[in-house]
Design a protein. Structure first.
Length: 450
């Protein structure tokens, strides 16, 4: 029987527009893009140039410092653009699909019959290796390391998050094959994090894993919170994390011998006419998804959830790690004396507005307005209420701002990445950009300690 872990600290943000459990096929877009900016710490080197023909699974670029880690095309077609930013930084490698669905061929095998090196080589060759992130730091895992354990969160507690049990319904075989492949990559355990309640048809019968169930508000579904609660990192230890849909993609690689970039996403948010699930592909252009499905045009498009997702344009591309797309109202307006109004329709984690007197199940239409500017960064105790970790978040952030490596290490920087402290940014009355500060600290640690 699995263990139930109760987390009291956190915050559920009740937003309008949760996706109904209705699945549709998204029209195949003309263009796809893989974005190096999705992978923290990556220094990309191009493996394909404009005009090159590629197949699904063909390398588009690789990591300069780990050339064996390849980032591949999700479709067959032609590389039509390499979009760059400041100092010629590569932002996107765009492929125009040819509609032929040609794929590179990979080894079809039962992972149980393969060695660790053979499994690793297939994952590297197929372009599925970037699905693994390492803790500490939250960057793409290093192929030459042996992780202590592998953690998989099988539910998402973020606002409007998708239901993975629904998404992976019918994929039990590929899921188990993926787990069998993962078991070859570690001498430790594979930990699954499940919600305390729910059928969990796909995950509950998994073999060769340890299951822990979590009860409590967001961020209970964050893999970092589950790791910190179940088996915290010690100094010089490394664990890997991976998302459920990527486990299935690994399973299909070994069952069918192909790179399968298909992905089911939740299309959600208060500005979506009919929020529901769509079957699409990694890196897909989302213009066709947005066309005709929104209640108004003055909106914020987000690849991912509203706390940690990436802002994209109306013709932007789905992020590599994203299983949802959110659309909420743009908040570029000024509200005079907004702090003095009763705020019955405003969500607040404190008792600032009278909305706290209403039902806790009430759904809100929230926009992107910050309602103020950055101000003095003081100790208020707000962060600790929403972060179920045994660390001092304010002191950690101040150590990062001071670039004090020793204090950053002592205060727990190895335990967190941006998603773990996203709620701290949301509740912060000082309007501090918690996530970007934390990433700067992590980058400093990587540079200093490697």
């Amino acid at each position: 029987m699995s263990n139930v872990i109760k987390l009291k600290r956190g915050l559920d943000i009740q937003l309008k527009g949760r996706a109904e459990k209705i699945l549709e096929q998204m029209d195949r877009p003309d263009t796809f893009a893989i974005k190096p900016t999705d992978f923290h710490g990556l220094t990309p080197k191009l493996a394909a140039k404009e005009g090159d023909k590629v197949k699904a699974g063909s390398p588009l670029f690789f990591d300069k410092y780990q050339p064996e880690v390849k980032y591949v095309s999700p479709v067959s077609g032609e590389v039509v653009a390499v979009n760059r930013g400041e100092r010629r930084k590569i932002l996107e490698v765009v492929v125009k699909a040819d509609g032929e669905n040609l794929s590179e061929e990979f080894r079809k095998a039962n992972p149980a019959d393969l060695s660790r090196d053979e499994v690793r080589e297939e994952l590297l060759r197929s372009g599925l290796w970037p699905a693994f992130k390492m803790r500490p730091y939250g960057v793409v895992a290093r192929p030459d390391e042996n992780p202590r354990d592998i953690f998989i969160s099988c539910f998402d507690s973020a606002p409007l998050a998708p239901d993975y049990d629904y998404i992976l319904s019918g994929e039990e075989s590929a899921w188990q094959t993926g787990l069998d492949a993962l078991s070859k990559l570690t001498d430790g355990k594979i930990y699954l994090g499940l919600p305390a309640e729910g059928a969990n048809k796909v995950f509950a019968n998994s073999k060769g894993v340890e299951i822990n169930r979590f009860q409590g508000p967001h961020p209970a579904g964050n893999v970092g919170i589950q790791l910190h609660t179940v088996a915290p990192l010690a100094k010089n230890e490394v664990v890997w994390t991976i998302q459920p849909q990527d486990v299935v993609a690994i399973g299909k690689l070994f069952e069918k011998g192909i790179y399968d970039p298909s992905r089911i996403i939740a299309f959600a948010g208060s500005e979506v006419k009919e929020p529901r699930y769509y079957r699409t592909w990694v890196g897909a252009n989302l213009a066709g998804l947005f066309n005709g499905r929104l209640t108004n045009d003055h909106v914020r498009f987000i690849s991912g959830n509203v706390l940690t997702g990436t802002r994209i344009e109306s013709d932007g591309f789905l992020g590599f790690y994203d299983s949802m797309v959110s659309v909420i109202p743009e908040g570029d307006y000024y509200e005079a004396f907004g702090w003095a109004l009763p705020g019955f329709n405003k969500f607040s984690p404190s008792h600032t507005f009278f909305s706290w007197l209403g039902s806790k199940k009430k759904k809100y239409r929230l926009d992107t307005n910050m309602h103020g500017e950055e101000r003095a960064f003081v100790v208020s105790g707000e962060y600790e209420k929403v972060l179920p970790m045994d660390i001092l978040p304010v002191y950690l952030l101040k150590a990062i701002l001071a670039n004090d490596i020793d204090k950053m290490e002592k205060l727990g920087i190895y335990d967190v990445v941006e998603e773990d402290m996203a709620l701290c940014e949301y509740v912060c009355t000082s309007k501090i950009q918690v996530q970007s500060i934390l990433r700067k600290g992590i980058d400093s640690m990587i540079k200093e300690l490697g």
